[in-house]
Ligand binder design. Structure first.
Ligand SMILES: [Zn+2]
Length: 352
């Protein structure tokens, strides 16, 4: 056993136009041993109604797979799905959707030890190939649960181009956030006397570079959609290799968590909240934030906090609460004096 046999990698990773028309061929090329095995197709009502032909085509290709509709991404529905997979001797779990559907399918496949095939319909964040599922537990509480990454990740660029552009913006924001995440990870390693995993670090850095320095900064360009798909999947693999979310999640994510936990009425996607957080985090780290603002502008992301109803006082309060959302995480916030003038200055520049 070598030092790297502790992690898994997907056997299949394909990004192609209209590939959802032949998912079966793609999967069986890589995994001939599951051909003819029983499958279940996990999605939600909205997608089932919006793409009936795609859903029925894939179900037919997998031996008449039944459709399981996810209603809430919580632990109980993932457990109920796992129970069904085990009782009905299902071998293949196909997840078709965005974060909620994919987290439910991924966790159910993990606890039932089924083969998980991930078919994202949006590129909103890097959880699609990560070794974690975020599921509701009690009331509004959610928990990040460790699980196994997908066996196959198949992205259809035509499907992504049909999704609302706000979802793609979110995926860009989540990727941009790696600029400050890897820095915080290295800082934390130094402070705690541990080491970053060099490969996970490099992969996360490359995810950021691929999006930040992409020649084609257009969310409707197929070439860019391929780049973003790979960046999000590779972000998941960086977490798998590191054995934690640290390569992809630093103080910019703590800012996003503080919005989720303390200001649930603020309507902002995960990735955009992360991008907003990355600007502040870059400043605290003593690095250039103009770059981040410029890159986001070119893609069409709006980093003005006021656009999301975040006024100056709220902005300061979010930053002051950020470190407390994950007190065990060492980030630049541990060494930062969050004085109001500085935060207001950052806020003003984000409005620019
Ligand atoms: Zn994220």
């Amino acid at each position: 056993m070598n030092q790297h046999s502790r992690f898994n990698l997907p056997l299949c990773m394909a990004v192609e136009e209209d590939i959802f028309e032949h998912v079966d061929q793609t999967v069986f090329d890589y995994l001939p041993e599951i051909k003819g095995k029983k499958a279940i197709f996990v999605t939600e009502k909205f997608l089932n109604d919006t793409y009936p032909d795609t859903v029925s085509g894939i179900c037919q290709d997998f031996g008449g797979a039944e459709v399981f509709l996810v209603t809430g991404a919580d632990f109980d529905s993932a457990s109920a799905l796992a129970k069904r997979i085990l009782i009905e001797n299902i071998t293949i779990v196909i997840g078709f959707g965005g974060g909620r559907v994919l987290d439910t399918a991924k966790y159910a496949a993990f606890i039932s030890k089924a083969v998980y095939i991930c078919l994202p319909t949006t590129l909103s964040n890097d959880s699609l190939a990560s070794p974690f599922s975020v599921l509701g537990t009690e009331g509004t509480n959610r928990k990040t649960l460790p699980c196994k990454i997908p066996t196959a990740v198949i992205v259809d660029t035509s499907m992504i181009l049909k999704a609302p552009v706000s979802q793609t913006y979110s995926g860009i924001g989540d990727t941009i956030g790696k600029y400050t995440a890897v820095y915080d990870w290295a800082l934390s390693a130094k402070a705690t006397g541990t080491r970053v995993d060099d490969f996970a670090y490099s992969i996360a850095q490359m995810c950021y570079d691929s999006v930040a320095h992409c020649d084609e900064k257009s969310v409707t360009n197929k070439g860019f959609i391929k780049t973003l798909s790979r960046a999000l999947v590779m972000g998941g693999l960086a977490m798998e290799i590191a054995g934690s979310s640290r390569p992809c999640s630093g103080s910019e994510h703590l800012f996003a968590h503080a919005i989720e936990e303390y200001y649930p009425d603020i309507k902002i996607s995960h990735g955009l909240a992360v991008a907003l957080g990355a600007v502040g985090a870059a400043n605290f780290q003593g690095r250039d934030d103009l770059n981040l603002i410029e890159i986001c502008k070119k893609y069409g992301l709006d980093l003005n906090p006021a656009s999301y109803g975040i006024d100056k006082d709220t902005f300061c309060d979010i930053w002051n609460r950020a470190a407390g959302t994950r007190p065990d995480r060492v980030t630049i916030l541990n060494d930062t004096d969050l004085n109001k003038d500085w935060l207001c200055d950052i806020y003003d520049r984000m409005q620019g």
